[in-house]
Ligand binder design. Structure first.
Ligand code: PEP
Length: 249
């Protein structure tokens, strides 16, 4: 039986007070053992997340990592640093990293591989732009993004990874993919993996991200191949984030 994962990507938002208040609220809310939760704070708040969430069922992770082990990479953060602060997960290939910071499919594959080597669970983000969807190229784009990573880490890499389908046109826009649109791409992703390894495909968690809210989460999570959500804006307020968690049937 699959377990829904509800993960909050805080992007570049927060302050010490906000992190404290948000995590306190998540921790004091009545628990739901049947849903996994994770948060992705900005790097400076990882120690605080670690101290507040240690011994709780809520996992935490980082929003990116550098593929190098250490060295002259000003402004970057390595896998071993994330591990020191107890991260379980790390996002790789978020569309904002791809579009605003020029991360290529190859960069993303390097980061994914480094995360795996270090013992982190990468959450690989893939998704098409509006233009690509309108040109009917969604599957081609998602396929290319996945192939870059499979080519580098193999299918085995996905034994300990999560995929997040995040159509770029739905991120932070208030425009959500319909459950049918999302399910179609999730089924495409699962079938792609299944054609190579049925067991890995069956176990793989595929999250949907793009303006998930309490009002649309139940319909999304009810779909066969949608195993949870990667939530941006609505993960910044405890009530909104908990409404998404509580939408899980
Ligand atoms: C995201 O940042 O990954 C995201 C999906 O954002 P939002 O939920 O705000 O669209």
């Amino acid at each position: 039986m699959r377990k829904i994962l509800v993960a909050g990507n805080w992007k570049m938002h927060g302050s010490t007070a906000m992190v404290q208040e948000l995590l306190d609220s998540l921790l004091t809310a009545p628990a739901r053992a049947e849903v996994d939760m994770a948060v992705f704070p900005p790097f400076p708040y990882l120690p605080l997340a670690q101290s507040l969430l240690a011994d709780s069922p809520i996992a935490w992770g980082a929003q990116n990592l550098n593929p190098a082990a250490q060295g002259a990479h000003t402004g970057e953060v390595s896998a071993s640093m994330l591990l020191e602060f107890g991260c379980r997960y790390v996002l790789v290939g978020h569309s904002e990293r791809r579009t605003l910071y020029g991360e290529t499919d190859e960069d993303v594959a390097d980061r994914f591989e480094r995360a795996l080597e270090a013992g982190l669970e990468p959450v690989l983000c893939v998704g098409e732009t509006l233009e690509e969807r309108e040109q009917d190229r969604t599957e081609e784009v998602v396929d290319r993004q996945l192939e870059a990573v499979i080519g580098r880490s193999g299918m085995a890499g996905f034994q300990r990874a999560v995929v997040a389908y995040e159509p770029v046109w739905a991120i932070g826009t208030g425009r959500t993919a319909s459950p049918e649109q999302a399910q179609a791409v999730h089924a495409f992703i699962r079938d792609k993996f299944a054609s190579r390894d049925g067991i890995i495909a069956g176990q793989l968690r595929i999250l949907y991200g793009g303006s998930v809210k309490g009002s649309n989460a139940a319909d999304l999570f009810a779909r066969e191949d949608i195993d949870g959500g990667l939530v941006g804006g609505a993960s910044l307020k405890a009530d909104d984030f908990l409404a998404i968690r509580d939408a899980v049937a």
